[in-house]
Design a protein around this ligand. Sequence first.
Ligand SMILES: [Fe+2]
Ligand SMILES: [Fe+2]
Length: 362
Amino acid sequence: MTEVQTDVTAAELDELVKTVSAAERAEVLHVVESAKDTIFTWDYGQSRVPLIKLYEKAKTGQWNASTDVDWSIEVDVERQAATGPNIWMLQDLTGTPLENFNEADHLKLSITAQNWLLSQFMHGEQGALICTSQIVETVPWIDAKYYAATQVMDEARHVEVFARYLQEKLGGIMPVNLHLRALLDGIVSDSRWDMTYLGMQIMVEGLALAAFGFIRQTTEEPLLKDILKYVMADEARHVAFGVLSLKEVYTDMTAAELRERQEFAYEAAMLMRNRFSMQEVWEHLDLPVREMCEMVLANPMQAEFRKMLFSKIVPNLKKLGLLTGWLRDRFAELGVLQFEDWADTGEEYEVMQFDTPATAAS
Ligand SMILES: [Fe+2]
Ligand SMILES: [Fe+2]
């Protein structure tokens, strides 16, 4: 068996292998307390030109998940799973729980893993729906309230489109990953409005944008490719909104306040990186969760995938002035500073102008 080498300690692994309990899984509702101030503004003057432009773009970039997406496309789940990247290709499976896996077992694992990944995206989209509705309430600028209102609609559509794809084409939804839920709970319960932006618009959406781009490039399934094209056009705008808004807020913050933002970003990064190890897949397939999580962490293809997920986050944090000092050292340890000079989403958005129904559908 390949020696398992990860930078995760035994204590971190104890934490990492946890999943939502059976009782929680049976619950339909999940309640999170939050103590945010709701802010009215009597200043209706629009002064933030980039936000006004984004708002105009958002209004004309609306698409309809019911009519713009071709739901008649048949999805061959087995073929899709069989042709996807095989992450175990470079790993010796002798002595591992997968040692006696035959082709059918591997296929079942791939199908479950795909269902899990898209389910987590869908749960994350619901987090975005809730966060942007909070931003409408809490942001003090009228320009940002207008724009955030369009994003609430975008995110509702994203939840709708993933839920429909999972239920109609993949045969069902998998439960939320405990660590993703912890991240979303932390973001929605924080009372500081800029943390909603940082957690959702920069960290979660930045990661989603990178992951969607990767999946869109690697999948051959036409319906999923199409869905991701539409969703990504919206997501690029969302991340750009976060960068533009936070840049203005951070200009006036003290070093101590900025350090709190850096720590928040790092904690979010850790929740999304190591702790996101397909725990529910192993549980569903009755495989030993701890051993399988260790295998995922040691898997070279997964390690590269985890780094790639930071390709949008790192340049955006740099643009915001947060990629300095303490956070820079932490990200160097994670091996993700290679992305720091990549285009930030504000710049990239300018060249991603394919987000109108007419052009997106072409
Ligand atoms: Fe979204
Ligand atoms: Fe979004």
